[in-house]
Design a protein around this ligand. Structure first.
Ligand SMILES: Cc1cc2nc3c(=O)[nH]c(=O)nc-3n(C[C@H](O)[C@H](O)[C@H](O)COP(=O)(O)O)c2cc1C
Length: 274
């Protein structure tokens, strides 16, 4: 039996996120063993930027490691987050911020199937939340097999709505589906992402992988996107390994350049803080 981990990014117990996770798990084509984590209730401290985890252990003694091990142990992951102020709930980013630790678990996380859903209380209120959910999944190296925005405000509304039930069924069918996911059209030609910043003229920037490119129109008026590989990437398993090594190299560079850097930093000492 497959093991599914539901990651609930809401502080509201038995809210729409929790119901969506449970419904998706219940609708999986094959029965699965579901375990869940209420991420917002976990003690996940902010990354201290000490870079110790690249070669040793993270100095924080909190719930991060247990959650990461649960993700590693799962065959598939369902992520549900509420929209707060047009973004995904901060519990997702708080966890992701500890992501230098993922570099030591590249093989265990790479390509793990995951689906993500953002729960928005108002129509058009989803903002950048789905980007946050997708970045959470991809940031760990997992594969987004499906994603959805569901509009629901009051706890329970997600599954009273046709859209919510349809999304749950679709994501349940997608989580362990065979074959590669067809790319959205148009999408980033590097990572398949669909979140972009327009940077003037025809220039676009992919918010999921950092690829830059151009947008143009085909003869039939269809939109065409062409993006080139970003200068610095850690999206695929191989580039993740290279990036991990680069980060370790930066630690060494810091040791070499410490005196020069210190002289700049010290000249900005002091200040009033609240
Ligand atoms: C602080 C706060 C901010 C919110 N901001 C938004 C928002 O920007 N857009 C939106 O559509 N819904 C917003 N909502 C509504 C929730 O996203 C919505 O009720 C969702 O279903 C909550 O999921 P839950 O029941 O799992 O907690 C907000 C709710 C709260 C408490």
């Amino acid at each position: 039996m497959k093991r599914v981990l539901g990651i609930i990014g809401s502080p509201r117990r038995m809210g729409n996120c929790e119901l969506m996770v449970k419904e998706i798990a219940a609708l999986l084509p094959e029965p699965a063993a579901l375990s869940m984590v209420r991420l917002a209730e976990k003690d996940i401290r902010p990354c201290k930027a000490c870079y110790r985890c690249l070669t040793g252990e993270c100095p924080h003694q909190d719930d991060f490691r247990a959650v990461l091990e649960a993700i590693v142990a799962a065959d598939g992951v369902v992520v549900a987050a509420p929209v707060y102020l047009l973004g995904a709930h901060s519990s997702l980013q708080r966890f992701l911020d500890r992501g230098l630790q993922f570099f030591r678990r590249i093989e265990a996380l790479a390509g793990k199937p995951a689906v993500g859903v953002a729960l928005a209380g108002v129509k058009d209120g989803e903002g950048a939340s789905l980007l946050g959910v997708e970045n959470f999944i991809r940031g760990m190296g997992m594969e987004v097999r499906g994603r959805a925005v569901v509009h629901a405000a009051l706890p329970g509304e997600a599954l009273l709505s046709e859209d919510g039930r349809e999304a749950a069924a679709r994501l349940a069918g997608a989580l362990f589906a065979r074959g590669t996911l067809p790319a959205a059209d148009p999408s980033c030609t590097q990572c398949g992402g669909t979140f972009f910043e327009f940077r003037g003229g025809r220039r676009v920037y992919c918010l999921l992988c950092g690829a830059s490119g151009t947008v143009s129109f085909g003869q039939g008026g269809d939109i065409r996107l062409a993006t080139a590989a970003p200068a610095h990437s850690w999206r695929g398993p191989e580039s993740r390994k290279t990036h991990g090594q680069w980060l370790i190299g930066m630690k060494e560079k810091y040791r070499r350049d410490r005196d020069r850097l210190k002289s700049v930093v010290e000249s900005y000492g002091g200040g009033t803080f609240i």
